[in-house]
Design a protein around this ligand. Sequence first.
Ligand code: HAM
Length: 433
Amino acid sequence: MTPLKALGGTSDILPEEALRWQKLETTARRVLNLYGYREIRTPLIEEAAVFTSSLGEAAEIVTKQMYLFQDRGGRQVVLRPEGTASVVRAFIEHGMDKTGGLTRFYYLGPMFRAERPQAGRKRQFHQLGVEVFGSSSPYQDVEVIALLMQLLENFGIEKNVMLMLNNLGCPDDRPTIQKELRASFLPHVPDLCQDCKQRLEVNPLRILDCKNPKCRSIAQEKITMKAWERWLCKSCNEHFGKVITALKKINIEPNLSPDLVRGLDYYTRTAFEVIYPGLGAQNAIGGGGRYDNLVELLGGAATPAIGFALGLERVLMAQEADGLTANDKMVSPLVFVATVSSAQIPNGLELVEALRAQGIAASANLEDRPLKRQLEQAAKANSSGTVLILGEDEVKQNVVMVKNLATGQQTKEPLGTIVEKLKGEILRPSASG
Ligand code: HAM
């Protein structure tokens, strides 16, 4: 049989790399707790309607990228392509839309999109997302963006990122926006790509999202912040003004981006992205915005909401680009328990379990093999260089030989007190796990 491989666009995270993930996750949880967010874990599979009803029928994620299949019961199910719709579904299902007040969630986990894999674009990738329900205040937008920037700072990558910001207006503004966009692009139809020609009919907003250089340059030339200001209602313009002023007050300088529309249809008003320009084509580290109508659209009580998601693979890539990976070293078990013959293996097991019970990372020989080979292996793997040797005599005398691999020094210690002694000498934050 030819060796099996992971599917294209998915990858194994091997232990050395998993350390970096753990560090990222621990940092993220600490910061999220400071801001009062609580974790929510939703299923990786959902009924297709959760996404088809919320992300927009013309959104690429729905038309081209969903892992959609029929399960054994004949239901249409989807491997979640993003977290927001699932969290909204859970928010409504558990009656949280009826309780009022502010609800803050965060989630961490894999998402699935059938995109053409390339650097920074995977079919299974991981997001850290947050969603806040129950506030329509512009200052809530500012706090969410501040959290995003705080996370990036704690990940050590704040220096080279740019915050892009736009206001997409409320549903009442949408017909005007679409009409004005259509009018702006109509004279340029021959220059638009095939997809955008269709978008012009179905949803002109999506043209702003097109990656085709020609479509991009037309969009950048025609669509300005001034144009948005004209298309949006007074209340949306005021909201945006307050967001910008308050961001500056807390020293966050947004780049106003009239062509930022995000790839999902649920956004209203504030929309944002953080870009790490050094990452090449896939340079969006994260993005989000308000979605004040989604809860109602999915059958809940009208509840304003806002959130964002960071792509963790891209955060790790940005850390690499900033040279922040040097300290990620595996910590090996600190103590190795060797046995002279296989008869002492059960005693070795008893000792290694006692060490671990006291928080000392340790491993033991479990094979019938010569002591010399065990010591060679210990020297290779054992970072502290402490080996405990049990032979027939040691077991009889209730002692253990303690060998320091670095100096070659050997001492005999009573078996009854060795664990306590080592604990005092070498215990540091446990590396076992
Ligand atoms: P999104 O912009 O589709 O937003 O994804 C957020 C981030 O996930 C992107 O900026 C990117 O870093 C990462 N990402 C997306 N697709 C891939 C991929 N194929 N491979 C690697 N990374 C990827 C959302 O998903 C919204 N749910 C965010 C949100 C939360 N809005 C409101 N609340």
